[in-house]
Design a protein around this ligand. Structure first.
Ligand code: CAA
Length: 382
């Protein structure tokens, strides 16, 4: 077993770290306060290959492996979580699914635009009444005699929905077939029949724009189907496996930023005549924070490694996401506590890390869904 990274992986990590520290972190407070979408920074990440890390160069990407993706995501998330949400959806949920299931024309058209940072992608699975139970979707795609599909319905909680040019949409094409009746479509948001609904005001990751989208007699051509008709649910689940590695990495980045700020603080802050880092109750928290952070990172790298081997990695990704998101929530909670009043104040980023961490336990499969996936894999029972 080799724990070292390749030169290419370290180079990409370095590029991500520099952009995160020089451009993203300094504007994170502004983006959190205003909710303004960080378009210039997202384009900069795209120009540096960070929107299509695993996308081969022939489709405009960086041509790197899943380990490099983890390293870069951690750096960007440590700079600002909202930026890393947009990056994760572009990389894992958008490019990844088209690379795995798309036609050559779809790869050239959709993957290239997102990987090069000239457009933003989104992934539309969730609906107002169906989140964890994804097969309960109501959005319908009705096949016409000429081979086109007419799509009607609503999707909610669409990350980057307000700004996305292209969307991977999941709609029920044969309702009586359940999970096997779902089809994936490539959507161009400039086409007739596509509309945007209300934008979600959120607790954290406030600069990653999130909204409802609507389809009113939107016509999808036969060549807009991603993969095969009826394969949509499996495509969504496979894509979410990759997405969960991205969210685990995001959680690690948020947690690391909170941990590093705390390490500085406990050396500087004095109470009862000594640095608070000399108190055993603080030391226990520091040790536990570090253990959880390292465990989360190692499990996430393991999931990325299995993915890179071309093997099924659903269980490893669920274990990584569950561990990392719960670690991020716990670590940011402790970081706020150690900082006391300063942790609660908007003068420092600790309260933002705490708010941003929460979403990692919810999206791309809640912690409860990760436990369900892990237990099903471990027991073989359903
Ligand atoms: N890879 C490939 N295929 C898979 C799979 C995977 N990871 N998981 C399941 N499948 C296949 C199964 O093998 C099965 O195939 P067959 O019909 O051939 O047997 C089929 O899919 C149905 O599987 P299940 O019976 O296991 O499905 P289920 O209804 O019990 O659901 C679930 C399983 C794990 C609960 C799933 O619904 C799930 O993961 N739910 C959570 C959804 C989710 O993560 N939503 C996030 C929204 S997107 C988001 O947050 C994005 C954002 O904007 C940031």
């Amino acid at each position: 077993m080799d724990f070292s990274f390749t030169e290419e992986q370290l180079m990409l990590q370095d590029v991500a770290r520099r952009i995160a520290q020089e451009k993203i972190a300094p504007s994170a407070e502004h983006h959190d306060r205003t909710g303004e979408f960080p378009l210039a920074n997202i384009q900069l990440l795209g120009e540096n290959g960070l929107m299509g890390i695993e996308v081969p160069a022939e489709y405009g990407g960086a041509g790197m492996d899943p380990i490099a993706y983890v390293l870069a995501m951690v750096e960007v998330a440590a700079g600002d979580a909202a930026h890393s949400t947009i990056m994760s959806v572009n990389n894992s949920l958008f490019c990844n699914g088209i690379l795995t299931h798309g036609s050559e024309a779809q790869k050239q058209k959709y993957v290239r635009a997102i990987a090069e940072g000239t457009a933003i992608g989104a992934f539309a699975l969730t609906e107002p009444q169906s989140g964890s139970d994804a097969t309960a979707m109501r959005c319908r795609a009705v096949k016409q005699a000429d081979g086109t599909y007419v799509i009607n319905g609503k999707k909610s909680w669409i990350t980057s929905g307000p700004v996305a040019k292209y969307i991977v949409l999941f709609a029920m094409s044969e309702p009586d077939k359940g999970a096997r009746g779902i089809t994936a479509f490539m959507i161009d948001t400039d086409n007739a029949g596509f509309g945007r609904g209300k934008t979600e005001p959120k607790l954290g990751i406030r600069a990653s724009a999130t909204c409802e989208i609507e389809f009113n007699d939107y016509v999808a051509q036969a060549e807009d189907v991603l993969g095969q008709e009826g394969e949509g649910f499996k495509i969504a689940m496979g894509v979410l496996d990759a997405g969960r590695i991205g969210i685990a990495s995001q959680a690690i980045g948020i947690a690391r930023a909170a941990y590093e700020a705390t390490l500085e603080y406990v050396k500087d802050r004095k109470a009862f005549g000594a640095a608070i880092g000399t108190f055993q109750m603080t030391q226990a928290k520091i040790a536990d924070m570090k253990c959880k952070l390292d465990a989360a990172l190692l499990l996430t790298l393991r999931a990325a490694w299995v993915k890179g081997q071309g093997k099924r990695f659903s269980n490893e990704a669920a274990i990584a996401k569950l561990t990392a998101s719960e670690a991020a929530m716990w670590i940011t909670h402790q970081a706020v506590q150690i900082h006391g009043g300063m942790g609660y104040s908007k003068e420092m980023p600790l309260e933002r890390y705490f708010r941003d961490a929460k979403i990692t336990e919810i999206y791309e499969g809640t912690s409860e869904i990760q436990r369900l996936v892990i237990a099903r894999n471990e027991t073989g029972l359903r």
